[in-house]
Design a protein around this ligand. Structure first.
Ligand code: NOJ
Length: 735
C-alpha cells in the first residue's frame, strides 16, 4: 500500500531534471530550427520590396489597429498584419479570456509543471484570439528594489528561479505556435523616471543577475525580446550596441528580433544601427514622432542605414514567424473570442500553491469547522464598483488579484475571500460575519466572540503611467495599505485567534503585525487573480497543505534590503548583493528569508549524494554558440540527489532547494546562490528523491577579464534545505 503511494507520488516529483526528461524541449534543436526558419525567411525576403521590408519593421502607429502593436500585411508573401498584444498574464482587453496569475505567484509555487501549463494555456489563449506575439514573460524588472512597481509581473528576485520560469513559460507559449516576447531588456528596475534614467551596471552583475534569465529565454528559442525604456551605462536600451548586438545577438546567439517597448525608440539611425529590429507602436501616443517608416526608407536610401541591416531586421522578424509555423492556418485576430477552456484550473492551482504560510502558532490552521468566523477588511470583497471598474486595475479597492498597468487584464469573474468563505461556511454550518471596510472603530463587535478572525490586508503597485494613492507605480514604502497595521491591531485586540491574510505585489514589513498579541497566523497569499477566494479557502481549511515558498526576502526594515528607488541615475552600487545575497553577505537577519514557507506537515532530508561527471572541470566554457551562449554552458556536469520524507501526518509538497557556495578562486561572490530546486508531493510516511542537475553555468562565475563563464577550481559548498537559511544537508563538490 505504502509502496504504491510512494511510486505514484515519486513519479509526480517535479525536479528540473525530471521535467527535462519528461517534456520534449525545443531548446536542443534550436540551432537547426532557427536555421530552417531563417532560410524560409531569406526566400520570402527575396520577394519583398524595400518598402515591404520597412513596413514589417515599423508599427502602423498608436491606436491604429486591433492590437496594442500592429504592422502592415505583405500580400506577396502572405504575411499578415502582425498582432502584438499584452501581456504576461493573459490577453489584454480580451473579454472571453482567463486572468492568469501574475508571474510572481507562478514562481512562488516553485512548480515547474504548473508554470509550464500556465505558459501553454497563455499560448492557447493568444492563438485563439489571433495574437501572433504575446508580450511576455517578464524578467526585467528582476526585482532588486522591493518597492519596484512591476516586480510582480516577473518571477521573483533570483535569476536562477526566474530563468527556469522564463524557459518553461516561453516553451509553453511557443508550443501553442505563439511568439513569446522576453521583456524588458534590460536593467529596467524601477518605474520612477524609467524613461530618462540610466542604469549603470557593472559587467559581472549584468551577466550573473540581469542577463541570466534572458539567456534562459534565448536558450528556449524565444522569438522576440523587448528593449526597455531606460538607458544602460548612458545609452538608450533600444539603441545600445553592447546590450543588443554584443550581449544578446553575439554572446547569446539570439536569432529572433528586438522590438522596442512602446515609444522607447529615440532616433532613426541609432536604433537601426545598434540592433533594434522593430519599432512599436510606430509613432508616439499622439500619432506623431514617427522615427522609422518613411524616415527609415530615406536613411537606407542615403546609406545611413545599410540595406544589409534592413534585410537583417526583416529576416529576423520573418524567421520568428516561420519558426512558430504562423505561416500556415493561423487564426484571424479576434481579441473578443472566448478562449477560456478549463484554464481556470491552472489559475486556482497556481493561486493556491503559490500561497506561503509564514506563521501558524498553536496550529490555528487548518480550520476545523469553526462555529463562528469573523472576516474583516475591504480586501475581503470584490471591488464594489465592479471587478474591472478601474482602468488597467489602477486602484486598490476591494480584493486584490494583480497589480496595475499594461500587464493587467480583465477578470472574467472574481471570487473574493468572502464569496468562497461563505460557500464553505454554509456547508459547515459556520456563522460568518463580515466587516467589508478597513475601519478600526466598531471592528471589535465583529471580531470578538468568533473562533477565529480573518483580516485581509493588501499592498499594491504597478506601472508608472497610473498613480494610485500617491504611489507612482513603485510603492512609496513597504507598509500595508489602508492602515493595515492598525486594522490588524484592532482585530487582534478583540480576537486572540487572528489570522492575517496578505495580498501583495511584493514584500511588506510585518514587524508591527508580528508584535501584535493575538496574531496567530500569517498567510502570504500573494496575487491570486480571479481565484483569490477559492485558493485561500483551499489553504485555510487544509484541502491542500501550503507549499509555496517566498521568492523574495521579507525584511525587518525597508532599509535592510540595501536598495531603494533612485531619483537620478542608478549606479547599481549593490552589485551582486541583491536580496538574500545581500542579507547573507551583510549578515542581516531577515524576518522571513528567501525560499521560506511552512506546511501543515513536516519533511526530513537525508542521503545527500553528489556525483560529478567527467565534464566537471575547472576553466571557461568554450563551446560553439547555440541559442543561450556556449553549448557546454548548458551541459549537466554534476548531479546532486537528496531523499525527502514526509514525516508528518498529512499529505503535502516540499520544495527542497540547492544553494552553492563557490570556492574562493571566484572573486567576491555571494555566500550562497540558488542553483537547483524540486517540488515533491508526498503522502505521510512517503519518500521521494529530489534530483538537481547542475549545468556548467550553475558552477560558473562571469570572469570580466577573460569575458567568459569560468568554473573556478576548488571545493564548492553544496547546501540542500527548505529555504535559503534552513539548510538540512551539506556536502562538497571538488573540482
Ligand atoms: C509599455 C510596457 O512597458 C510594456 O510592458 C508593454 O508591453 C507596452 N507598454 C505595450 O502596452
Amino acid at each position: 500500500m505504502m509502496l504504491h503511494a510512494f511510486t505514484l507520488l515519486a513519479a509526480a516529483a517535479v525536479a528540473r531534471a525530471e521535467t527535462a526528461d519528461k517534456v520534449p524541449r525545443a531548446a536542443p534543436s534550436g540551432t537547426a530550427a532557427w536555421a530552417a526558419a531563417h532560410s524560409s525567411a531569406a526566400a520570402a525576403l527575396a520577394k519583398m520590396s524595400q518598402q515591404d521590408k520597412v513596413n514589417i519593421v515599423t508599427g502602423i502607429g498608436w491606436d491604429k489597429g486591433p492590437c496594442v502593436g500592429n504592422t502592415a500585411a505583405i500580400s506577396s508573401i502572405n504575411y499578415p498584419q502582425l498582432c502584438l498584444q499584452d501581456g504576461p498574464l493573459g490577453i489584454r482587453f480580451g473579454t472571453g479570456i482567463t486572468a492568469f496569475t501574475p508571474g510572481i505567484q507562478a514562481a512562488s509555487t516553485w512548480d515547474i509543471d504548473l508554470i509550464r501549463q500556465r505558459g501553454e494555456y497563455l499560448g492557447a489563449e493568444a492563438k485563439g484570439t489571433g495574437v501572433h506575439v504575446l508580450l511576455g514573460p517578464v524578467a526585467g524588472a528582476l526585482g532588486k528594489i522591493p518597492h519596484g512597481g512591476r516586480n510582480w509581473e516577473g518571477f521573483g528576485v533570483d535569476p536562477y528561479l526566474a530563468g527556469i520560469a522564463m524557459a518553461e513559460t516561453i516553451e509553453g507559449i511557443q508550443s501553442a505556435g505563439v511568439q513569446a516576447c522576453a521583456k524588458h531588456y534590460i536593467v529596467n528596475e524601477q518605474e520612477l523616471n524609467r524613461e530618462t534614467l540610466s542604469s549603470n551596471v557593472d559587467d559581472r552583475s549584468m551577466h550573473e543577475l540581469y542577463l541570466w534569465p534572458f539567456a534562459d529565454a534565448v536558450h528556449s528559442n524565444v522569438a522576440s525580446v523587448m528593449c526597455s525604456y531606460n538607458k544602460i551605462n548612458g545609452s538608450w536600451a533600444c539603441e545600445n550596441d553592447h546590450t543588443q548586438n554584443g550581449l544578446l545577438k553575439k554572446e547569446l546567439g539570439f536569432q529572433g528580433y528586438v522590438v522596442s517597448d512602446w515609444n522607447a525608440q529615440h532616433t532613426t539611425n541609432g536604433a537601426a544601427n545598434n540592433g533594434m529590429d522593430m519599432t512599436m507602436p510606430g509613432s508616439d501616443y499622439n500619432g506623431r514622432n514617427v522615427l522609422w517608416g518613411p524616415q527609415l526608407n530615406s536613411a537606407v536610401n542615403s546609406n545611413q542605414v545599410s540595406k544589409t541591416r534592413l534585410d537583417d531586421m526583416a529576416k529576423r522578424i520573418l524567421a520568428a514567424w516561420y519558426l512558430l509555423g504562423q505561416n500556415a492556418g493561423y487564426p484571424a485576430i479576434n481579441i473578443g473570442a472566448n478562449v477560456q477552456g478549463n484554464h481556470k484550473e491552472n489559475v486556482r492551482a497556481v493561486a493556491r500553491d503559490g500561497i506561503v504560510l509564514l506563521k501558524n502558532d498553536g496550529a490555528v490552521l487548518p480550520l476545523k469547522k469553526p462555529s463562528k468566523i469573523a472576516l474583516v477588511g475591504s480586501a475581503a470583497v470584490v471591488n464594489p464598483q465592479g471587478m474591472n471598474s478601474c482602468v488597467d486595475k489602477g486602484c486598490n479597492t476591494g480584493a486584490l488579484g494583480m497589480g496595475w498597468g499594461s500587464g493587467s487584464v480583465n477578470y472574467p469573474y472574481f471570487v473574493a475571500p468572502y464569496d468562497a468563505l461563505k460557500t464553505r461556511a454554509q456547508a459547515d454550518g459556520t456563522t460568518l460575519s463580515l466587516q467589508s471596510s478597513d475601519s478600526t472603530s466598531g471592528v471589535s463587535g465583529v471580531a470578538s466572540g468568533a473562533d477565529v478572525a480573518i483580516v485581509v490586508i493588501t499592498a499594491d503597485s504597478g506601472e508608472g503611467y497610473i498613480t494610485v494613492d500617491g504611489n507612482v507605480g513603485d510603492r512609496q514604502n513597504l507598509d500595508p495599505w489602508h492602515n493595515g497595521n492598525q486594522l490588524v491591531q484592532a482585530v487582534a485586540a478583540a480576537n486572540k485567534n487572528t489570522i492575517v491574510v496578505v495580498h501583495s505585489t511584493g514584500p511588506i514589513v510585518l514587524e508591527t503585525i508580528l508584535a501584535t498579541a493575538g496574531v496567530k497566523a500569517v498567510v502570504w497569499a500573494g496575487l491570486p487573480s480571479q481565484e483569490n477566494g477559492n485558493a485561500l479557502v483551499d489553504i485555510l481549511y487544509g484541502l491542500t497543505s501550503p507549499s509555496g515558498k517566498l521568492v523574495y526576502s521579507i525584511a525587518k526594515r525597508a532599509e535592510d534590503y540595501g536598495t531603494a528607488v533612485i531619483k537620478g541615475d542608478d549606479t547599481f552600487k549593490e552589485g551582486l548583493f541583491v536580496d538574500y545575497r545581500h542579507f547573507d553577505n551583510a549578515k542581516i537577519e531577515p524576518r522571513y528569508e528567501f525560499g521560506f514557507g511552512l506546511s501543515y506537515t513536516n519533511f526530513t532530508y537525508t542521503a545527500l549524494k553528489i556525483t560529478p561527471t567527467a565534464a566537471a572541470t575547472a576553466g571557461p566554457a568554450t563551446g560553439a554558440t547555440i541559442p543561450g551562449g556556449p553549448a557546454d554552458l548548458w551541459e549537466t556536469i554534476a548531479t546532486v540527489t537528496a531523499v525527502i520524507t514526509n514525516s508528518g501526518a498529512v499529505t503535502g509538497a516540499e520544495v527542497p532547494q540547492l544553494y552553492l557556495t563557490l570556492p574562493s578562486a571566484a572573486p567576491s561572490t555571494p555566500p550562497k546562490q540558488l542553483r537547483g530546486f524540486a517540488k515533491l508531493k508526498l503522502e505521510p510516511g512517503a519518500s521521494g528523491t529530489a534530483t538537481f542537475n547542475l549545468r556548467r553555468r550553475d558552477l560558473s562565475y562571469w570572469d570580466t577579464g577573460r569575458q567568459q563563464w569560468v568554473v573556478p577550481a576548488g571545493a564548492f559548498g553544496v547546501a540542500v534545505g527548505a529555504s535559503s537559511r534552513d539548510v538540512r544537508l551539506t556536502g562538497s563538490l571538488e573540482i
